[in-house]
Design a protein around this ligand. Structure first.
Ligand SMILES: NC(=O)c1ccc[n+]([C@@H]2O[C@H](COP(=O)([O-])OP(=O)(O)OC[C@H]3O[C@@H](n4cnc5c(N)ncnc54)[C@H](O)[C@@H]3O)[C@@H](O)[C@H]2O)c1
Length: 349
């Protein structure tokens, strides 16, 4: 295989993509793009990326180099146009989460990937954490039996991303914490449970805590929720509860997914959140005895880097782990959640 030419556009979270590509044990040449020239050159210098591989304009990067792949790490509203341009220029795409600001755009992105025959992977990197992988494996092996209830949450005490253009965040981001944080914990829960088909969705959103602070910051029209809650009824009878907040009156951050099955249950909590004292564990009953099995008892040899997985899907011509189809499902659910909250009624998926 010749050198893989990979472009990264958007160099805040995009810097994490660059680091993965630089650490990969494959022959990769990196090209970078950001409209912020200072950031472009700071990151370029930090990684010793040649000046001729740096671009302020995405179209110019695509027309100057025949890229094999692109990481799209720009704000949400640019995911659709940048992904479609990159696919049409003949590159495979790893697009940051959420797939886009709504399901209409996400569908156009998936159609572009189908049309061009290029891979489109969505960066749902939480699936690549050790605990998510162990949980998914246990469930797929039947350790929990039939899954009937899931609660998946991401709450922050105070964690509004004030650097986003929040007065028009419904357009630029697609919403508030439900799409920003909720998409991650929804995706990982659906993935662990084999992506069951949704049937009904009942939801509500609130802007209950941050309104005054938004005004103090000069945002008169804080257009999105600071918390959202949804209950999903699946075709197979399973119920899934999703909660996401940027600001809620609780002790500290919580990122947790709990799953109940007929034979066992489990809980996973993300390390980076401070309120995760419960151990990642499997709960089962063996010969009439209740047992807690910590996840540290299970082996996991995966490297856990989503960007390496993306590269390997290109090199081996295999389906990416986080598919465009799954990204579209998450986008459709989130659209319906906002619709249910707006209409104050349950909506059909
Ligand atoms: N997977 C994760 O856990 C994770 C974490 C953080 C952010 N994200 C996602 O990554 C994306 C970016 O988030 P962020 O926090 O890095 O945002 P950010 O606003 O901090 O950074 C976006 C970057 O894109 C650049 N940019 C904007 N418009 C551009 C254009 N037209 N051409 C080239 N560059 C442009 C900006 O200058 C900036 O450097 C979002 O979709 C977000 O949801 C994912």
């Amino acid at each position: 295989m010749n050198t893989l030419k990979i472009g990264v556009v958007g160099l805040t979270v995009g810097n994490e993509h660059i680091k993965s590509y630089m650490n990969a044990s494959y022959d990769i040449e990196i090209f970078i793009c950001d409209i912020d020239k200072d950031r472009l050159n700071t990151i370029g210098t930090q990684h010793q990326i040649p000046v001729e591989n740096r671009f302020c304009d995405f179209d110019e990067m695509l027309s100057s180099v025949k890229l094999d792949a692109v990481s799209i790490c720009v704000p949400n509203f640019l995911h659709k146009p940048f992904t479609i341009k990159a696919l049409e220029a003949g590159a495979h795409v790893l697009c940051e989460k959420p797939m886009s600001v709504n399901a209409t755009d996400a569908l156009l992105m998936k159609e572009a990937a189908d049309r061009t025959g290029k891979k489109l992977m969505i960066n749902y990197n939480q699936r690549f954490t050790k605990n998510c992988r162990i949980a998914q494996k246990l469930i797929s092996e039947g350790a929990l039996g039939d899954i009937y209830f899931v609660r998946t949450v991401w709450h922050r005490r105070r964690g509004v991303p004030w650097w986003y253009p929040l007065s028009e965040a419904d357009k630029t981001c697609g919403g508030g914490p439900l799409i920003d944080l909720g998409c991650h914990v929804l995706d990982r829960a659906l993935w662990m449970c084999g992506f069951p088909q949704p049937k009904w969705i009942l939801a509500n959103t609130f802007c209950a805590v941050v309104g005054d602070e938004a005004k103090q910051r000069g945002i008169d029209n804080f257009s999105v929720e600071d918390m959202g809650v949804a209950m999903l009824a699946m075709e197979n009878g399973m119920m899934l509860e999703l909660e996401a907040s940027w600001a809620s009156n609780r002790e500290s951050e919580l990122v947790k997914t709990r799953i109940y099955g007929t034979k066992g249950g489990l809980v996973i909590a993300s390390d980076f959140a401070s309120d995760n004292r419960s151990i990642n564990s499997l709960f089962i009953e063996k010969n009439g005895t209740l047992e807690d099995v910590p996840f540290s008892d299970f082996e996991d040899e995966d490297t856990g880097d989503i960007r390496i997985s993306f590269i390997e899907s290109i090199l081996n011509d295999t389906q990416p782990v986080c598919t465009a189809e799954q990204g579209l499902t998450v986008a459709r659910i989130i659209d319906k959640i906002y619709l249910s909250a707006k209409q104050k009624t349950p909506v059909e998926y």
